[in-house]
Every structure is written in structure tokens, then in C-alpha cells.
Ligand binder design. Structure first.
Ligand SMILES: Nc1ncnc2c1ncn2[C@@H]1O[C@H](COP(=O)(O)OP(=O)(O)OP(=O)(O)O)[C@@H](O)[C@H]1O
Ligand SMILES: [Mg+2]
Length: 508
């Protein structure tokens, strides 16, 4: 057997941030044409290692070899020149530009802003055809579905001739279908000799697509294994250092009065298309209503309309008997809503504020955080320390800006805040997106605790497993309508899947 060719090798990489040893003597290698998955709990140091390979940070210690030679990587330009491309955890595209403009952005070959647009577009079309990416160079990026925006990021790396592609949690925001498409694209890429580093929290995906799996914990590499030698439980254990219960313990619970009542609501999206048509349902105290559906079937606009981020064009929304139709977020919050928004960086956090301030974002003007109009730093501090410990938020201190936390820890700050407030209703949109298995276990148990305390929970999730595990009733959304509402105990994944795909419903 011939030795595999190593295209990239990190040797003894160490990176210290204020208060965190993010990478601690990390050794990692990537073989030509392989998919090497990188697993690890939130804050383990995965993105940091990738940012070092991509030249966004410099290591304190250690060496990076590319194609057998010591590489000098001080900036993304250096790594691009070495054939490394990266698709980030949070996309970096400019929505008001076209695909071609985004691809060209920052390209060294563009001089004085002049370039041959036709040639660039032709090249994008060619790459797109070669890998079955189906990307239109002249389309505006903003309105494109997330799955396509991600392909634009991939095209961007290939346009710059990347032979090593880093994908940082690419599937977190994809529908199951889009994820399948991405896996096919990844296999096409590796078949042509491209090597891929693939970060994800989804153990099933790792086992299905990776050639090798490296697990990190607390800045260190724990082990590198082959999928055939391991399973979900073992991977989870390696990641978090303890046994993780992958099922939710939920007892029957008596639902109380109606808390959220939605009557014939109609919503238009930013393109002024009606994406929610005449939807009605209600959620009672002490129950979890799950909304299942393939992303893009109106769930985003529905939750925006219910939480005040978007004004409905028709219908009525009542919370605990109070008409709140079209009211701004603060009024709805005051009426007893806890909200975990879909877009954590835009609606959930102020990245330039501290973790402590973010944890009191909805209540800072009330006691105990304010007294006679004066902010009480001690109360903010105590609250954040309590939540940081309960929700296991990995941060050096409560005073660090939220923007410095790892992706999953940013999500935990929002969830901790919203699930700890004294509310009547929680609307949780993709509450565990980007979270590691240990954190998901904890947050699921917190959601069930709230339900058991009598809070009404509306859970919107693209993860069917999550919907099935937490819901008492399940509503299926398809093309802007609720096409079925069922008792969670009396349905199956298969049945839900059919409704989600638009199969005809006999009794809605
Ligand atoms: N620019 C930065 N400044 C300060 N600290 C940082 C910075 N970037 C990362 N960190 C810290 O380094 C640690 C590792 O973060 P990293 O983003 O690498 O984690 P991760 O494994 O990608 O986690 P996740 O799964 O949540 O994305 C975290 O404690 C984080 O707070
Ligand atoms: Mg990360």
C-alpha cells in the first residue's frame, strides 16, 4: 500500500487568547482527496485552528506545512496563494452584490476595479457546471436561499484555485435536502483531488461522509479515528468527556389555558411575496407545539410576525388574552414573550456588548438590573455568573464582548437569557443550531422544564429529531400553510416527512 499524500500538516499549534488557551499543541494532518471531519464541543478550538490555517490569526507556537513545505501564512492572501480556501461559520457575502461581484471581491487579479466581467461570469459558470453547483453569476446574493449562498462561497474558493477547502459548520443552516446536495458536491470535489476539512456537530453526518474524524476538546486533539471504528455514543463521549444521553426524558403533562392564539394570520416577506397564508393555531400553557417543515416554507416570516420583527398583513395574534397584532418587539416582550431568534447575530445579540449585558438585554431597564433609572452593575454581574455556570457558557469572563465567543457559545448566551426570564410564552426558532451534543441535551431538558412549569412553548425547528423529541403536538408547515396538526405520540417520522414534502392531507 502506498503512503497517503499529506497536503497539509499542523504541528504543535498553540494559540492563546486573553483568558483562553484556544489551541494547545495541536497536531492535525489532511490527506489528498479526503474528507477530514473536525468534531468538538462549543469552544473546543475548531474555528480557531481553521482561522490559523487560513491566516486570520497567527499561532503563538507551532508550524504549518503545505504540500510538504513549511508555509508562511500571515494573511488570507498567503493561504489563498497556497491553495487554501475557507467557507466561514458565518457567511461573509455582501447581499447587495451579485454572485460574480462577490466572487471577485478581494481578488488580487482585479486591478483598479477594472476587470473583464464577462470572463469572470464565464469562469463561474464553468466551475458551477463542473461541480454541479448550479450558481448563476448574475444573481443578486441577498435573496438567494442559504444553501445557494453557501455554494457561492464554495465557488469563491474554487475560483481562487483552492485545493484545500475548509467548511466550518456548513450544514448548520441547511435543509436536509441541501445538506445531501452539499455532500454530493463534497464527494465530487474530493474525487477531483480536492481535500476537505469539514466541521459539524451532527454525528450522523460525520459518520456518513468523513474518511477520518479528529475530535478536539478544550483546545487539544483527543484522537483521530475512522468512522468504521467508532459510533455516535463514542464520539459524543470523546467530545464532552462524559456519557451523553441522546434522548429526552419527558413525562406526560396536562396542558392549561391557551396562551398564544393565532387567528388567520397572513405575512409578506421582504420581497413583498405572501409567504404565510391565513394561518391559525394556538399553544396552551404547559405544552410544546412544534412546527415542522422544510426551511423556507414560511416559518421565518411566521415567527417574525409573532415576535414583532415583521408586521402581519392580516389576522390577529393574542398572547394571554392581549391583542398584540403588529406590536413592536418590546411591547410583546413585556407581555411575557421569551424569544430565541433564528438569526442570532442580527436579532439575538449585540456583539460589541459584554456577555453580562447581553444576558440582560430584554430586562436591563427593570429591577433588579435598574433602580430608579440607574443601571446596577452588580445585578448584571450576578445574573450573568449564574447563567454562565448553569448553561455552561465557555467565556473567560462575563465582561468579554459576545462577539469574541465561539459560535455555539453565542447561541448559548441567547438561550440562557430567554429560558431564564419569567415568561408565559417561549418562541424558540432553531434553539440548538450550532450547539454540541452536550449543550443540546441540557437545553432540551430546560425547554421541557419550562413546559412543566406551565409555560407555552412554540418550537420551530428544521431538525425533525428535535421536533419529535420535544413536542406534545406537531404542526406541519408547507408553502405558507399549516397542512396538518397531530398528537406527537400518534405520528411517525415518515408521516411527517410526507406532509413536509407536500403530500395530500386527508384530515387537516
Ligand atoms: N478573536 C478572539 N478573541 C478572543 N477569544 C477568542 C477569539 N476567537 C475565539 N476565541 C476563544 O477561543 C475559544 C475557542 O473558540 P473557537 O471559536 O475556536 O471554538 P469552536 O470549537 O469553533 O466552537 P463552536 O462549536 O462553538 O463554533 C473560545 O473560548 C473563544 O471564546
Ligand atoms: Mg466554531
Amino acid at each position: 500500500m502506498t503512503e497517503p499524500t499529506i497536503v497539509l500538516e499542523a504541528k504543535g499549534i498553540t494559540k492563546q487568547f486573553p483568558g483562553v488557551l484556544a489551541n494547545d499543541n495541536v497536531n492535525f494532518d489532511l490527506r489528498k482527496g479526503e474528507i477530514h471531519a473536525l468534531l468538538g464541543e462549543n469552544g473546543a478550538g475548531k474555528s480557531t485552528l481553521m482561522n490559523l490555517l487560513y491566516g486570520l490569526h497567527n499561532p503563538d507556537k507551532g508550524e504549518i506545512d503545505v504540500n510538504g513545505k513549511t508555509a508562511v501564512i500571515h494573511s488570507p492572501n498567503d493561504s489563498i496563494a497556497l491553495g487554501i480556501g475557507m467557507v466561514h461559520q458565518h457567511f461573509m457575502l455582501i447581499p447587495v452584490f451579485t454572485v460574480a461581484e462577490n466572487v471577485m471581491l478581494g481578488d488580487e487579479s482585479v486591478k483598479n476595479g477594472s476587470l473583464d466581467r464577462v470572463a469572470v461570469a464565464a469562469r463561474i459558470t464553468e466551475i458551477s457546471k463542473q461541480y454541479g453547483l448550479d450558481v448563476d453569476p448574475n444573481a443578486l446574493v441577498g435573496p438567494l436561499p442559504v444553501g445557494i449562498q453557501q455554494r457561492v462561497e464554495i465557488v469563491k474558493t474554487l475560483y481562487r484555485n483552492a485545493e484545500i477547502v475548509i467548511l466550518d459548520e456548513p450544514t448548520a443552516v441547511l435543509t436536509p435536502q441541501e445538506a445531501e446536495d452539499l455532500f454530493r458536491i463534497m464527494r465530487d470535489l474530493t474525487a477531483r483531488g480536492v481535500s476537505i476539512i469539514f466541521i459539524t456537530h451532527k454525528l450522523k453526518e460525520v459518520l456518513a461522509v468523513a474518511d477520518r474524524i479528529t475530535v478536539m476538546r478544550a483546545g487539544r486533539v483527543i484522537n483521530t479515528v475512522k468512522p468504521s471504528e467508532t459510533d455516535s455514543a463514542q464520539l459524543a463521549n470523546m467530545m464532552v468527556g462524559r456519557q451523553v444521553i441522546l434522548t429526552v426524558d419527558k413525562k406526560d403533562h396536562e396542558a392549561a389555558d391557551e396562551v398564544l392564539k393565532v387567528e388567520g394570520i397572513t405575512v409578506r416577506d421582504q420581497r413583498d411575496l405572501e409567504t404565510v397564508h391565513n394561518v391559525s393555531f394556538s399553544v396552551r400553557g404547559g405544552e410544546v407545539l412544534g412546527i415542522a417543515g422544510v426551511q423556507g416554507n414560511g416559518q421565518t416570516e411566521l415567527s417574525e410576525a409573532l415576535t414583532g420583527l415583521r408586521r402581519p398583513t392580516g389576522g390577529k395574534v393574542t398572547i394571554a388574552g392581549k391583542d398584540l397584532t403588529g406590536k413592536p418587539p418590546r411591547i410583546i416582550t413585556e407581555a411575557g414573550l421569551g424569544h430565541i431568534p433564528e438569526d442570532r447575530q442580527r436579532h439575538g445579540l449585540v456583539l460589541s456588548y459584554s456577555v453580562a449585558d447581553n444576558m440582560a438585554l430584554c430586562d436591563y431597564y427593570h429591577a433588579p438590573f435598574s433602580s430608579r433609572g440607574v443601571i446596577q452593575p452588580k445585578a448584571l454581574d450576578e445574573n450573568s455568573r449564574k447563567l454562565i455556570s448553569a448553561f455552561d457558557v465557555r467565556t473567560p469572563s462575563p465582561f468579554v464582548n459576545a462577539g469574541k465567543l465561539s459560535g455555539g457559545n453565542q447561541q448559548k448566551v441567547i438561550v440562557a437569557r430567554e429560558l431564564s426570564r419569567d415568561v408565559k410564552l417561549v418562541i424558540a426558532n432553531q434553539p440548538t443550531r450550532g450547539l454540541d451534543v452536550g449543550s443540546i441535551e441540557y437545553i432540551h431538558s430546560e425547554i421541557i422544564k419550562m413546559r412543566d412549569r406551565g409555560v407555552a412553548v412554540l418550537l420551530i425547528s428544521a431538525e425533525l429529531d428535535e421536533i419529535m423529541a420535544l413536542s406534545d403536538r406537531i404542526a406541519v408547515m408547507y408553502r405558507g400553510q399549516i397542512v396538518a396538526v397531530v398528537d406527537a405520540k400518534q405520528t411517525t417520522r415518515e408521516q411527517l416527512g410526507l406532509w413536509m414534502a407536500g403530500a395530500h392531507v386527508e384530515t387537516a
